[in-house]
Design a protein around this ligand. Sequence first.
Ligand code: SAH
Ligand code: SF4
Length: 384
Amino acid sequence: MKTLPLGVEPIVAPRIDFDESKSLIGLSHDEVSAKLKEIGIPEKQCRMRAQQIWHWIYFRGAKSFDEMSNISKDLRKKLSENFDVGRPEIIEALISNDGTRKWLMKFPDGQEVETVFIPESDRGTLCISSQVGCTLTCTFCHTGTQRLVRNLTPAEIVMQLLVARDHLNEWPSPSEGRLVSTIVLMGMGEPLYNFENVKKAMHIVMDDNGINLSRRRITLSTSGVVPEIYRCGEEMGINLAVSLHAVDDVTRSQIMPINNKYPIDELLTACKNYAGLKNSRKITFEYILLKDINDSDEDALKLVNLIKEYKIPAKVNLIPFNPWPGSNYERPSKTRVVKFSKLIFDSGISAPIRTTRGEDILAACGQLKSESLKARKSDGTFLS
Ligand code: SAH
Ligand code: SF4
């Protein structure tokens, strides 16, 4: 038998003939109810049946109608003839030396996305992708080298959470002590360029009939799509993280072309007005540290001044650059990173250095990219 390379988890999910067009995942209560009506279920039963099915999918984690024991055999048969609650194909499941996990899933049209789980001592964070590729071309980001292939559907966004919980054995949904306690929309893609689908998916994840994850436990990271920042606060009310990464427009435009469209002043004004602030929540500013580009003492002090000038309740997350094959930047020295952090802390703003997790399986921030078939074949980690 072929020995598995270190860090590869045997695939537990079988290949399932998943038919996304028939999937009930990613639909609202009303939409599920309407689908049931379409197959001839009496109208007055549809709402109740939709509730039952919803509970099985999102509370119990059912992957087939057969599991739905409080639904009659005949109806289960009819449901499985018409609909699907299965999972997509999981083509890679990796475990890092530090316990970080990464799943690569493939949808029926052949597109692939990555989802990362980062366990911590008392909780765990699931990093979800919102697009296949990204239209933006931030120069430090691996996803940015892959053009946008397409937006993910609400089903595909929610599916990432379901798959993670399948693998972590976290069904039925525990009320407390959850392994997946937090979601961050920080995987591949720009979530605010897929606003409607992300919004629908997050409403499903927050629904108290199912997964029931509080909006306070969800954070969306954006490169700064200003008009949708306003909508994000009003229509989802989840936490906001903004990839600032530079403190002057020249540098920011060089590394993040979106800055030409929405420069720093407009971005910080949107942050200041972010509706969530009403609940005294802080905005997180993500700041990647690139050697000799944005990592000087002056940059740190300017960052503090900007946050104070715009009066934004904020914390800063410092992310030392994570290299990827072919990248053109370097990570600053440890001393530089620590000094940068200290300067911000000294001004009264929290600025922890985010420890890199899952680097050995290319799961760290900015390392995700789906065109990995070649690499998988050559390094022998391809499982089928
Ligand atoms: N598109 C969104 C969310 C995905 S990226 C955004 O840009 O915010 C998640 C975070 O990883 C962002 O802060 C991004 O700037 C950062 N990132 C991208 N490439 C990186 C790299 N090579 N090293 C460290 N962080 C990176
Ligand atoms: Fe897209 Fe975010 Fe990567 Fe920029 S950092 S290319 S916005 S995924």
